[in-house]
Design a protein around this ligand. Structure first.
Ligand SMILES: NC(=O)c1ccc[n+]([C@@H]2O[C@H](COP(=O)([O-])OP(=O)(O)OC[C@H]3O[C@@H](n4cnc5c(N)ncnc54)[C@H](OP(=O)(O)O)[C@@H]3O)[C@@H](O)[C@H]2O)c1
Length: 443
């Protein structure tokens, strides 16, 4: 029987590209046998031909021109593993226009140009696979689109940035400051060159947007989301949170109210009850908790980044793409799939700040004098915010105290007004820190 010829090209051959190459080489025979295909690697585009790499490839395979990969007649799967958005978009669209398959791990690209890429898939008949773009080795996209396809998701909560989880976990375990652990994380290469992507929540936001599109059919923009990073979380907050029975994690939250159509998306440091699975996910690990109306709760935990975990996800896409090419029938993100996603989005609208509700944790530095609490409590009372727990701490030898409190559920809009008014009080010494408290559905 004639084997289907599959040519895999790479644009980008760094951490992920080399990992994919390495594991594909070692599994090549088995994959060829299992899938009935014959695999070749015709072209690899890089930026620097002289750069030392961890794997050796035939010199004639390397090129400086990514379009050589796109246009190569033997390449039918283009792995876009270069990162960035401008050039990566051009090469992706060029390959899709030729009807080729593009496999990518590029969450920033999908966030910025997902609509355009999916339009090109519909128009030109190419295919786009992007399992590795969210949560590294965790097969979250396949889980959403295949294993749990029967479900609608009222909530998807995830620890989807391994770098922040690593920093927060080590701060708590070792009692060290954010700055100290951040320097270590940088030395270990865990932090993106543009550290705002990790530390200010943008990388997690891009991933949450991809999940929200797949689950609810809406591309959520920056202005419709709450995005906060971990820079303001202190060791003191971690201790106070623990006193209240919580741990602090950077959480991506996608919530949908199917009665009202309201969809909300946020990335922020949140207090998670100590006994919940998400609170126990440490280090560079990621976790995603899906609350489906048919299957109930499903929690996936795994490595969120790194060469091997990311390669594992890229290779799973390559295998699906090879089957799609072999059978001339791709099952993922077909034009009808894309249309179905957008149709899902027609009944969704972004939730208002009045509709997004949770419990909140507040830390306030306040002048330590008789009567200073009166103003503070009257602001809370004026806005109908009830306090579930409160602890005050004195600072020996200083005229300031710290109040930490947990509220009952209230809205984002109300909490914003409370904080604005608290900031006006002369006895409040610094802007209050506000964190959300995660209220899990049943696990
Ligand atoms: N690393 C992870 O753990 C991880 C996890 C999930 C997703 N991702 C995503 O995977 C993608 C790749 O990440 P990575 O960590 O592998 O990046 P990386 O190590 O920096 O590798 C990037 C590669 O792209 C090449 N490149 C850059 N610009 C190019 C251009 N204009 N023309 C040709 N080649 C170019 C570089 O060439 P040279 O080698 O010659 O410099 C390098 O080989 C990114 O989208 C990233 O967000 C990474």
């Amino acid at each position: 029987m004639n084997k289907t010829k599959i040519g895999i090209g790479f644009i980008g051959f760094g951490t992920v590209g080399q990992g994919v190459w390495k594991h594909l080489q070692s599994q090549r025979e088995e994959l060829e046998e299992r899938l009935g295909v014959s695999i070749s690697f015709p072209k690899i585009a890089v930026r620097d031909l002289k750069r030392e790499r961890g794997v050796s490839v035939p010199a004639e395979t390397l090129t400086l021109d990514p379009m050589e990969v796109v246009n190569h007649p033997d390449v039918n799967i283009v792995c876009e593993l270069m990162g960035g958005t401008t050039k990566a978009k051009d090469y992706t669209l060029a390959a899709l226009k030729l009807g080729k398959v593009v496999v990518s791990a590029n969450k920033a690209l999908i966030y910025e140009f997902g609509r355009e890429i999916f339009d090109a898939v519909k128009e030109f008949g190419g295919h786009y696979y992007f399992e590795a773009s969210v949560a590294g080795g965790i097969p979250i996209i396949k889980t959403l689109r295949e294993g749990l396809v029967a479900n609608r998701f009222a909530s998807i909560a995830g620890i989807i940035n391994g770098t922040c989880n690593y920093i927060l976990s080590r701060m708590e375990a070792e009692g060290k400051s954010y700055e100290e652990i951040l320097q270590d994380a940088k030395k270990l290469g865990y932090v993106e060159a543009d550290d705002r992507l990790d530390l200010d929540g943008w990388d997690a936001f891009h991933k949450a947007v991809i999940l929200a599109f797949l689950a609810h059919g809406k591309w959520v923009s920056e202005r419709d989301a709450l995005v906060e990073g971990i820079r303001n979380v202190t060791l003191e907050d971690m201790h106070r949170a623990r006193d209240f029975g919580y741990r602090i994690k950077l959480l991506g939250m996608i919530r949908r109210n199917f009665k009202t159509g309201a969809l909300s998306l946020g990335v922020y440091p949140a207090l998670i009850p100590l006994d919940k699975t998400l609170a126990r996910v440490d280090g560079v690990y990621n976790a995603i908790k899906l609350s489906g109306d048919v299957a109930g709760t499903t929690i996936l935990i795994g490595r969120g980044a790194g060469q091997d975990a990311t390669s594992s996800a890229v290779i799973s896409d390559i295998v699906d793409a090879m089957i799609g090419i072999r059978d001339n029938a791709h099952k993922f993100l077909t034009p009808s799939d894309i249309d179905a996603c957008y149709r899902l989005g027609e009944s969704a609208r972004m939730a208002t700040m009045d509709e997004i509700r949770s419990k909140f944790y507040l830390r306030i530095s306040i002048l330590d004098e008789p009567g200073t609490l009166v103003g503070f409590y009257s602001v809370l009372a004026k806005h109908g915010v009830s306090v579930a727990r409160v602890v005050t701490y004195e600072h020996q030898g200083e005229r300031r105290g710290t109040i930490t409190l947990a509220t009952y559920p209230t809205s984002e809009a109300i909490m914003e007004r409370v904080v604005d008014e608290l900031k006006q009080l002369p006895e409040i010494l610094t802007a209050p820190l506000v964190l959300r408290i995660y209220e899990p559905t049943r696990e």
